[in-house]
Structures are given as structure tokens and as C-alpha cells.
Design a protein around this ligand. Structure first.
Ligand code: KE4
Length: 428
């Protein structure tokens, strides 16, 4: 299997794109390999510029629950494009998609479409700060909400969980209003609230964490977050950019039976086109301009192509599909665990529905600390061994593997067979 054309494209790309990519994780730095440049994709398959084909478990990081380029979606987009690619004016499509979102996620009484998950989360926090006239937010170590300054923060020194920037260019001013808590540790949330009484506008959380690898919420954790926010007059924001319409037809909030004040969406509601959305209680969302004073805008917000894609994707999500995806997910999870056991490699597989992460550690993974106990070098070797066998996992230990309607039992069984060989190969 040659990847010479990808290498040439990567060398050329690095002359114009920082790091040769348009998003860092794609550069394969965490897995010590050269990124593959993709020529086309269809169903569950990627094809790189050298003609190599792979079973894809990145699936564009979550949007492609129906697989790459579903025929019906491509047809709908082609028709939409003939009617114009952007109007910069309202269209019925935004209303149609907004009503579909509300039917499936009733906590979203009003919704605003934007063009990325980052725009959605940063705008939701702005609304929360305006509604409460408070400035601080609480987030969890290991949860990722996009690259707005307020989120590029890690636990600083001292027990008070004060945030410090994780990136140059983020000012201490932007970071100081972000407090850190530990996922699945409600006591850490109480500590953050108690140390900042009546100062916390909102707590934002991935209700099923996907960005430290998949870490499901412990029983009762999300309900406890609802209670502690209510007790402190803070708003609860669910960042469902990954879990929205992925975990269940109503997202993670439907599974947990917990109603957030606001929800952020992305990925699946755009079917691979640039979309994000934030929404929630009408009294909060009616603060957003031009209904209210909280400013937020976007040239391509509600774009007709993206709305068309979102409508098609939601309309083709059936209860049966979730059952099929969950069965595939658990088959793959069990297969990876079995492959590791056979090779005597320490592995913990966290799985929920159609997302999962194999962690190379012998510790159960339930938060950022235990996730980072994973052997990332071993994951990198596993990644390279799988790529060589025609399987394309996420190029980082701390990401979710995504299944889609296009993946078959045969794909999963081939992946497991490849994993059995790869595990033997990497056994340290
Ligand atoms: P975007 O701005 O990348 O559309 O969305 C940010 C975001 C917000 N919230 C959650 C829960 C997310 O997972 C994301 C983005 N996810 C990453 C993958 N873990 C996108 C991939 C990338 O950064 O290239």
C-alpha cells in the first residue's frame, strides 16, 4: 500500500495551510503518521489519493450518521443548489429544520442556526451571561466545546479550579471566568459553585463526553447537575454537538430524562455541511438579536444547502436505525475487547450506541484523569497497524469512533479481524 501521493500533497499543503491541515487533529501528529489525503468517500469507505480504501470510523467526526454521500442526500443537495447556494435572507428551509429540531428535542422552544459547533456554544454562553447578569461558567476537564477563548482553558493551580489558558492568544481575562470541574464528580461541581457563590451564569457539559474519548455520564450525574444548577440559580447548557440525534432520536437529554435550559447542536443536523445551532427556553432565546439585545450574527447561518442536508438527515433517522447502530456498536466494542484480551493488551472499551473508544489502559475510564492514564503511544501503534489493514480509526486516543447506517456487520467483523492482528503486532 503506497501513500506517496498523500505525502506529496501533505508537503505541498504545508506550504499554504498551517500544519498542512484545516483542523489540527487531521494532521495525525498524535499517531506519528502522515495524513492521508482523501479523493472520495462513499458509504462507510474513504478512498485516498493513492487509491487505497478504508473502512472509516471517523465519519467526519460525527455528522455522517447516514454514511458518506447517501444517494438521497446528494440528490436533495443538487436540487437545492440549482435554487441558489445562499440567500442572506430568510427561507422556509430554516423554519422547516427548526420545527423538526423542536419536535425531537422539546426543550428547544426556539433555535438559532449558525455555521459551527463553536459558534453554537459560544453564543449559548453569551445568552446565559446576559440572562443571569453573571460572568463565570463551569466546564469539565476533558470536555471540548469548540475553540472560543472561554473554552480553551484547563484547571489552573489551586483547589479553586480557576481556569488558565491552554492556548497562546487566550487572555487571562478570558480564562479567568471559566471554572473547571471533574466529569462524573458532582462534589467537584459543588466546590466550584461554593467557591463562586452567585457568580456562575451557566454550567456547560457534554452529556455524553466524546472529546476525551467516549465517557458516558455516571447514573444520576446529569440529574445532579440539573439540581445543583437550580440550587445556585445557574443555567444548564447541554453541548449535544456530538450526542444530538446520535445517542437517541432526542439526544442524550432524552436518554437521561434531564431537561437543560439550553442545548447546542451541530454535526448530524448538517449531514456534513457546515451547521451548528443553539436553542432552548423561549425566554432565554428571545434575548437573542433582533428579538432581544444579545448580539449574534452569521453570513451563512441557515444556509439553504445546509438546511436541506439537515432536513434530509433528520427525516431519515428512524427508530430502527438506532437499534441497528447500537447492535453494530456493541459488536465492535466486544470484538475490540476480545482482540485485546487474546493478545493480553490492557484495554477498556467505552461504548454507547454508535460511538465508542478503546482506551489502552487497565483502569476504568470515567473522567479526564483516568482517560489520560491511557497509553497514547500504544494507541498510535494500534492506529498505524489498523490503517495498514484498511481500517481508518480516529487519529487520536481521545476521540470517538463513529458508526453509521452504511457500516455493515461484515465491515465490523473485518475490523475485528484486523484488530486481532494489530493487537498481536503492538503487544509491548
Ligand atoms: P466545531 O466548531 O468543530 O463545528 O464544533 C466544536 C465542538 C463543540 N462541541 C463538541 C461536543 C464537539 O465535539 C465539537 C467538535 N468536535 C471535534 C471532534 N472531537 C471536531 C473535530 C475537529 O476539531 O477537527
Amino acid at each position: 500500500m503506497t501513500t506517496s501521493r498523500s505525502r506529496r500533497w501533505f508537503a505541498r499543503a504545508q506550504q499554504i495551510l498551517p500544519g498542512g491541515v484545516d483542523s489540527p487533529v487531521r494532521a495525525f501528529k498524535a499517531v506519528g503518521a502522515t495524513p492521508l489525503f482523501i479523493r472520495r468517500a462513499e458509504g462507510a469507505r474513504l478512498e485516498d489519493v493513492d487509491g487505497n480504501r478504508y473502512i472509516d470510523y471517523v465519519m467526519s467526526w460525527g455528522p455522517l450518521i447516514h454514511g458518506h454521500a447517501p444517494r438521497g442526500l446528494v440528490k436533495a443537495l443538487a436540487a437545492a443548489a440549482r435554487l441558489g447556494t445562499s440567500y442572506g435572507a430568510p427561507s422556509p428551509l430554516e423554519v422547516e429544520l427548526g420545527e423538526r429540531v423542536r419536535r425531537r428535542v422539546p426543550s428547544i422552544e426556539r433555535v438559532r442556526f449558525v455555521s459551527s459547533g463553536t459558534e453554537a456554544t459560544m453564543s449559548a454562553v453569551r445568552v446565559a451571561r446576559a440572562a443571569t447578569t453573571r460572568e463565570k461558567i463551569i466546564k469539565f476537564a476533558g470536555c471540548y466545546h469548540g475553540h472560543a477563548d472561554a473554552f480553551l482553558v484547563q484547571a489552573g493551580s489551586g483547589a479553586l479550579t480557576l481556569g488558565v489558558p491552554t492556548s497562546p492568544g487566550v487572555t487571562s481575562g478570558a480564562a479567568q471566568d471559566t471554572l473547571l470541574a471533574s466529569y462524573n464528580d458532582i462534589a467537584s461541581v459543588h466546590r466550584a459553585f461554593d467557591a463562586n457563590r452567585r457568580e456562575v451564569a451557566a454550567l456547560i457539559v457534554e452529556p455524553i463526553a466524546g472529546n476525551m474519548g467516549v465517557v458516558p455520564p455516571a447514573d444520576g450525574f446529569l440529574r445532579a447537575l440539573r439540581q445543583v444548577c437550580d440550587a445556585n440559580g445557574a443555567l444548564l447548557i447541554f453541548d449535544e454537538v456530538i450526542s444530538g440525534f446520535r445517542a437517541s432520536p432526542g439526544g442524550a437529554q432524552a436518554l437521561a430524562g434531564v431537561k437543560p435550559d439550553m442545548t447546542c447542536l451541530g454535526k448530524i443536523i448538517g449531514g456534513g455541511l457546515p451547521v451548528g445551532a443553539y436553542g432552548g427556553r423561549a425566554d432565554l432565546m428571545d434575548l437573542v438579536s433582533p428579538a432581544g439585545p444579545v448580539y449574534q450574527a452569521g453570513t451563512l447561518s441557515g444556509n439553504p444547502l445546509a438546511m436541506t442536508a439537515g432536513i434530509w438527515c433528520l427525516d431519515h433517522l428512524t427508530p430502527k436505525l438506532y437499534g441497528t447502530l447500537a447492535a453494530l456498536g456493541s459488536r465492535l466494542a466486544a470484538g475490540l475487547a476480545g482482540a485485546a484480551r487474546e493478545a493480553r493488551v490492557a484495554l477498556q472499551v467505552n461504548a454507547l450506541g454508535s460511538i465508542l473508544t478503546p482506551f489502552f489502559t487497565d483502569r476504568p475510564v470515567r473522567d479526564y484523569l483516568s482517560a489520560t492514564s491511557a497509553n497514547t503511544e500504544q494507541y498510535a501503534r494500534f492506529f498505524r497497524a489498523m490503517l495498514a489493514r484498511g481500517v481508518y480509526p480516529p487519529p487520536s486516543q481521545f476521540e470517538a469512533w463513529f458508526l453509521s447506517a452504511a457500516h455493515t456487520v461484515k465491515d465490523v467483523d473485518s475490523t475485528i479481524a484486523a484488530a486481532r492482528e494489530a493487537m498481536r503486532e503492538i503487544r509491548s
